[in-house]
Structures are given as C-alpha cells and as structure tokens.
Ligand binder design. Structure first.
Ligand code: NAP
Ligand code: HSE
Length: 428
C-alpha cells in the first residue's frame, strides 16, 4: 500500500475530527483512496495544552517550517482559522507543490483570489468543502453535480451557532447568552463568536456559495450583513403567533440581471422546509432552472461532520492524483451473509385489527404480543357497542420476526376478525 503524508495545521475542533476519522475509518479510506494516509506533523500554538485526544506528542510542532520544508509531505490541511498566518502558510505550502485542504471560509472570503490563483499557477489542488455547511457536500454539489443548471437563487442556514441559538430560544425558551455558551461548549462557535453572532461567518460562506453558483467572484463588501443579537424572545413569540419562525438566513438571488446578496435573521413560514432545520443543522435551498427546488441538509459544524468534509477532500485529491474513478466495488453481495433477513430487522409497529366486541379480546391479543416479546407502547379502541370494533396497537421496538409470530397467532383467535394493517414506524 502506498503511503501519503499529510501535514495538519491546527488540532482544535476540526483538526481533532480529521485525526479521529483517519483512525476510525482507516480501512475504508485505504480502499477508496488507494493510499495509507498518515498525518506526519501537526502544527499547534501550545505544545503543553491538554487536548483530550490520543495523539503522539512527537507529531506536534509549533514551527510551520517543519511541515513546509518536508518534501515527503504532499498535502497540507489548514485548520487553524483566521486570515493570518493561515493564508501565508497556504500560499507558501502551494509554492512548495503541496496540495491544500482547508475549512477556512474567512481566509477564502477575504483572500480567495490569491489562494485560487496560486493553486492554478503552482498546479496544485485546493479543496475547501468544509468551509461552507460543515459536513454537507454543497461545494462539490455546486461545482460538479449542479453544473448543468443556471442557478436562480440559493437560500441557506449556513451558520450552526446562530441556528443553534435561535432554535434554543424558540423551542426551549433559553436566553441568548445561555444558548451561545452551549454552542461554544459543543465546538460549533468560532474562536471569537462575534464572527458567528454578527453574521461575518455566514457572510464569508455566502461569498463562496454565490461565487460558485453565479460564476463570479463575490466580494464580501457586496453582501448586506446583520447579526442576530437584536432578536429578543418577544420577537420570537410574535413570529410564532403569525405562523413564522425566525431563522438566520444567507440569501443570494439573481433578479433583473443583478445579484441580491444578504445575510440576516429572517421570518419564514413555519411550513417552509428551512423552518424545521434546527440546532446546529445547516441547510441550503437551491433553485436551478433544470433541477428545480433542491435542499441539502446536515450538520454544519462540529468535529466529526467538519472532519468528514476535510477527509473527503483528502481522498478526492488522492483519487485525482491517481486518476482513480469512484466505481462500485466488484465484490458481489452474498445475500445469505450480507443482507439482513426481514425477520431480523428491528422496528416499532402500528397494528390495526378488527375484532368482535367481546369481553377479554383486548387482553387475549395483548397476551399474545407479550408471549412473543412484543411490548405495547399504546393501544386505542375505536367504535362502541357495535358488533365489531377496531383495536390499534403501537409497539415498542422489536424484531420483525416477533411481530410476524404474534400476528400469525392472533389470526387464529376466534374473536380476531381481520388484521387490517401493519405499518412499520421509524422514529427519525
Ligand atoms: P479551534 O478549535 O480554535 O482550533 C484552532 C487550532 O489551530 C488550535 O489547535 C490552535 O492551536 C491552532 N492554531 C491557531 N493559531 C495558530 C497559529 N498561529 N500557529 C499554530 N497553530 C495555531 O478552531 P476550529 O473550530 O477547529 O476551526 C478551525 C477552522 O475550521 C476555522 O477556519 C473555522 O472557521 C473552520 N471551521 C470550523 C468548524 C467547527 O465546527 N468548529 C466547522 C467548519 C469550519 P492550540 O490548540 O495549541 O491553541
Ligand atoms: N462557527 C461556524 C458555525 C462553524 O457555527 O457554523 C462552521 O463553519
């Protein structure tokens, strides 16, 4: 197996996520990239910090030159954040022919031109999937999968921290500061949360999305920006009364040959798909002239979701380098070993039965369920003083095989007239 060495800049939330995923999914990543991916140096600020992660201390350095001058390191992952020294490090690394993966929207939003120009001049790859939407493959989506479209608008919840804060204020009545503290503890917020709550973070991300969607270079100065700090609980209450919910939206629309670019808290109908995107989830709603309406949704921040996008970019670089296309594995699935038998799936169930309205029938059926290890969550009876009544059971999670055995037995009960329906319940 070929080996590729990666230099990691930063071992904070994102850096740790990258380290964990490279260890957690080592075998899959080897198969998919054709390489054993090794992080051979990690740049940090403080060698003595307690990091709660099992990383050999000898990998840590505070000297960027150790990564820059090591010609065996082919890929540099930038997860430091901020503009400088990140931009300088990335430019210098590219000049030494190292490919770059970054999660840093601030660096791209302010210095995208120089970063992309350097990548082109040096003929190295520059990937930035994690810079917008954390784990959501939105950059790849816009650059590749949606490239057949003329994009008409992109509306997104693209900051996890502000979505988390507004969600907690709306659904749990938390105050602004409590909610912000929780978002920081969960690793969603930027080192300085002003960037999140005053919507600078979303502004950088919108500049990236709109540049890709509209084949242009959107300058951050063209984006109207408002933070969420003026939102009070009373606004949230009134929004509810009118059937709205307040969401931190980033919006770009092409109208009359011009781009509308804005980031601000916005009331949207409670029925809109974006209204139910809660907590740190991000979602991007796209209108394309061929695809129509499309929404991508997922975790927009946090160690593993962001690490997922970064590691995905590393694999893309390795595949492009080797010209490896992503194909189905030729190994055939062996039905007997690899596919779960339906009797062995685990689910909750809705069971509707028509029975004769006789004393004891409910007890009889419940006993049958119990004997077959099916526990009842709730039951209702519909119809009274009629010959037949309907019994509806909702079960706790159980094996499908148990339900099937119970149903066969119920069918044989004299007073059970008909099993009308059985529907599996997924408590998503
Ligand atoms: P973080 O937790 O603050 O970690 C930053 C890391 O960089 C730390 O390990 C720090 O070292 C190191 N560092 C900072 N300045 C340095 C310098 N001048 N020289 C050497 N090392 C330095 O940040 P993060 O949350 O991981 O975010 C990193 C980047 O990813 C940012 O661009 C952010 O916008 C982006 N991002 C973050 C998320 C998220 O969910 N957090 C999601 C998407 C994108 P020490 O540990 O020694 O202090
Ligand atoms: N601070 C950012 C957020 C991290 O809350 O969305 C992900 O970019």
């Amino acid at each position: 197996m070929k080996k590729v060495k990666v230099g990691l800049l930063g071992l904070g939330n994102v850096g740790k996520g990258v380290w964990k995923i490279l260890n957690m999914n080592k075998d899959e990543l080897q198969k998919r990239s054709g390489y054993d991916i090794e992080i051979s140096k990690i740049l940090v600020n403080d060698l003595n910090k307690n990091r709660n992660i099992d990383v050999p201390r000898e990998l840590l350095t505070t000297n960027f030159e150790e990564i820059l001058m090591d010609d065996t390191i082919e890929i540099v992952v930038e997860a430091i954040g901020g503009v400088e020294p990140s931009v300088d490090y990335m430019v210098r690394a590219m000049k030494r022919k190292k490919h770059i993966v970054t999660a840093n929207k601030m660096a791209i939003g302010t210095n995208g031109k120089i970063l992309l120009k350097t990548a082109k001049e040096e003929k190295v790859m520059f990937y930035y999937e994690a810079s917008v939407g954390g784990g959501i493959p939105i950059i790849h989506g816009l650059k590749e999968s949606l490239t057949a479209n003329k994009i008409e608008e992109v509306i997104g919840i693209i900051n996890g921290t502000t979505n988390y804060i507004l969600t907690k204020m709306t659904l749990e009545g938390l105050d602004f500061h409590q909610a912000l503290k929780e978002a920081q503890e969960k690793g969603y917020a930027e080192a300085d949360p002003t960037s999140d709550i005053e919507s600078f973070d979303a502004m950088y991300k919108l500049s990236i999305l709109s540049s890709l969607a509209f084949d242009t270079m959107v300058n951050i100065d063209s984006i109207h920006r408002e933070g969420i700090t003026n939102i009070r609980s009373i606004d949230i209450e009134y929004a509810k009364e009118f059937g709205y919910v307040i969401k931190p939206l980033a919006i770009v629309k092409e109208r009359d040959g011009q781009l509308e670019l804005r980031v601000h808290p916005t009331m949207i109908p409670q029925t809109h798909p974006l209204a139910n995107v809660n907590d740190s989830f991000n979602a991007v709603f796209i209108k394309g002239n061929a695809v129509g309406d499309l929404m991508l949704c997922g975790r927009g921040a946090g160690e593993l979701p962001t690490g997922s996008a970064v590691v995905g970019d590393i694999v893309s670089i390795l595949r492009n380098k080797e010209n490896i296309s992503c194909e189905f594995n030729s190994k055939k699935v062996d039905k007997s070993n690899d596919i779960k038998d339906m009797d062995c799936i685990q689910s909750e169930y809705y069971v509707r039965i028509t029975v004769k309205d006789k004393p004891g029938i409910l007890g009889e059926i419940s006993t049958v369920f119990g004997e077959n290890n099916v526990s009842i969550l709730s039951v209702i009876q519909k119809g009274k003083r009629e010959k037949q009544v309907t019994l509806v059971f909702i079960t706790h999670s159980t094996l499908e095989g148990n339900i099937n055995k119970a149903i066969e037995r119920i069918k044989s009960l004299e007073d059970a007239e008909k099993i009308e329906n059985i529907i599996r319940i997924e408590n998503l």
